[in-house]
Design a protein around this ligand. Structure first.
Ligand code: SAM
Length: 172
């Protein structure tokens, strides 16, 4: 089981990125995405609309108690940050632990409180330069699952027919 916690959200400014964090989590097999920060039902609704049409059963919800979300999680807790240990150095340990445990992946928006760094099992960097929560999440989920791209989404009303030169879709 994979759960993603999106720490922090600034209405307006983070709308697109937060939405893409959720859609990316879904494409890479997360079972649950939890948003925190400034509450915005529109962010949750727009993702639920996409899932209704494109399928899948990822749970999408909001919490204003993100510390509890981390404390109460039973399993492997990984915070993605440019300041963390290098993913390439830790991936074997992480893969082994993920074989036996559920996984919580935490990505930030603005500055992540120090509390997070000390309440997770791993602080992991995807390169030690600042970039994007979406990029960090993709690389991490792909590596830990040895390529985690999902192809099938339960209950889809529509699916893409891969094409060399056209936009092809199939109504289910
Ligand atoms: N100073 C931040 C940090 O601690 O990584 C960068 C802020 S960035 C706008 C927002 C989020 O993207 C971070 O909270 C982190 O989850 C993720 N992120 C950015 N660069 C990263 C990197 N090199 N490795 C892992 N995660 C990264």
């Amino acid at each position: 089981m994979i759960k993603v916690l999106r720490l922090g959200h600034r209405r307006g400014r983070d709308d697109r990125i937060s939405t893409h964090v959720g859609l990316t989590a879904r494409q890479w097999g997360a079972d649950e995405i939890v948003f925190s920060g400034e509450k915005d039902e529109k962010i949750l609704e727009s993702q639920r609309d996409i899932i209704d049409r494109w399928g899948g059963d990822i749970e999408i919800r909001y919490t204003d108690e993100w510390k509890k979300e981390i404390k109460n999680f039973e399993g492997l807790k990984v915070h993605l940050t440019m300041y963390g240990l290098k993913i390439d150095d830790e991936i074997e340990n992480l893969e082994q632990e993920f074989e036996d445990e559920d996984l919580l992946v935490i990505v930030g928006a603005e500055k992540v409180p120090r509390w997070v760094y000390t309440h997770v099992d791993y602080n992991i960097s995807v390169g030690n330069q600042p970039h994007s929560e979406i990029a960090a999440l993709v690389v991490f989920l792909d590596r830990i699952q040895d390529s985690g791209i999902r192809e099938e989404f339960k209950g889809a009303e529509i699916a893409v027919e891969p094409s060399k030169d056209q936009k092809l879709t199939e109504e289910k």
